[in-house]
Design a protein around this ligand. Structure first.
Ligand SMILES: *Cc1c(COP(=O)(O)O)cnc(C)c1O
Length: 234
């Protein structure tokens, strides 16, 4: 896995150069359906941001790693999967980031849980709003029409730190199409920052198959699973 890790970091840096970018970018290691040993290996290579999609699995891993590292608070845990209402409490208590906020109700619940947990002195949780960029029926996320009123409400929720947008575009192997979709998300972030006088700094976009296109279009967090860890367990 060391080779894969180095290759991805190299590709990331090369693509940043090619894009003429001097801002920063983060690699999120998507460890869903991957064993804990692989997380530890990557941690030992210096990786600190890990992404999970399934809450029960994530909880087990986070608690096990807390015990293993005495206190795994040096890991930044990102939740990137679909969110059911009855899971918001666990998400609010275990994660530093949530990329997959796809409706107002979920944002409100996470905000409230974070308030209820204030004995732990948790800082506001970092969130991205998931955008259904190609309006696919099978995908969750805010539609372009829903996003403005949602942001007005979300800005009132003080335990949430709105960092930016996330999308999983329609699958395509054509880099031109990949870039068009990512450019759409980038322009949307710019428009929203202007409209609401915000300084959202995060574009969570790009996976194993399209990370280069995403970096060319300004991604600040790429979420990479299989290219890093190999195939997931089913
Ligand atoms: C699984 C997943 C990834 C990683 O996908 P790979 O193709 O394995 O890199 C990224 N983002 C989200 C939201 C995911 O669910």
């Amino acid at each position: 896995m060391q080779n894969e890790y180095q290759t991805i970091i190299q590709t990331m840096n090369d693509t940043m150069l090619k894009a003429g970018r001097t801002d920063s970018i983060k690699l999120l290691a998507v460890s869903k359906k991957q064993p804990i040993e692989k997380i530890i290996s990557l941690y030992n290579l210096g990786q600190r941001d890990f992404g999970e999609s399934y809450i029960q699995e994530a909880k087990e891993k986070i608690l096990a790693l807390d015990a293993y590292f005495i206190n795994s608070s040096s890991i930044n845990w990102h939740f990137i999967g679909p969110i059911q209402s009855n899971k918001t409490k666990t998400i609010a208590s275990l994660f530093n980031w949530v990329h997959s906020i796809d409706r107002l109700k979920i944002a409100k619940r996470i905000n409230q849980h974070r308030l209820d947990l204030d004995d732990k002195e948790l800082s506001p949780i970092n969130i991205c709003l998931q955008i259904n960029i190609n309006n696919e029926h099978t995908k969750s996320g805010f539609s372009l029409g829903e996003i403005n009123p949602a942001i007005e409400q979300i800005l009132k929720l003080k335990q949430l730190k709105l960092r930016g947008l996330m999308a999983i575009p329609e699958k395509s192997d054509d880099i031109i199409i990949q870039r068009q979709n990512f450019a759409l998300l980038r322009r949307l972030l710019d428009q929203l920052n202007t409209k609401f006088s915000l300084s959202m700094d995060t574009l969570s976009m790009g996976m194993s198959n399209d990370m280069q296109a995403a970096i060319m279009e300004g991604s600040t967090i790429i979420r990479v699973g299989t290219a890093l860890f190999g195939q997931r367990k089913v």
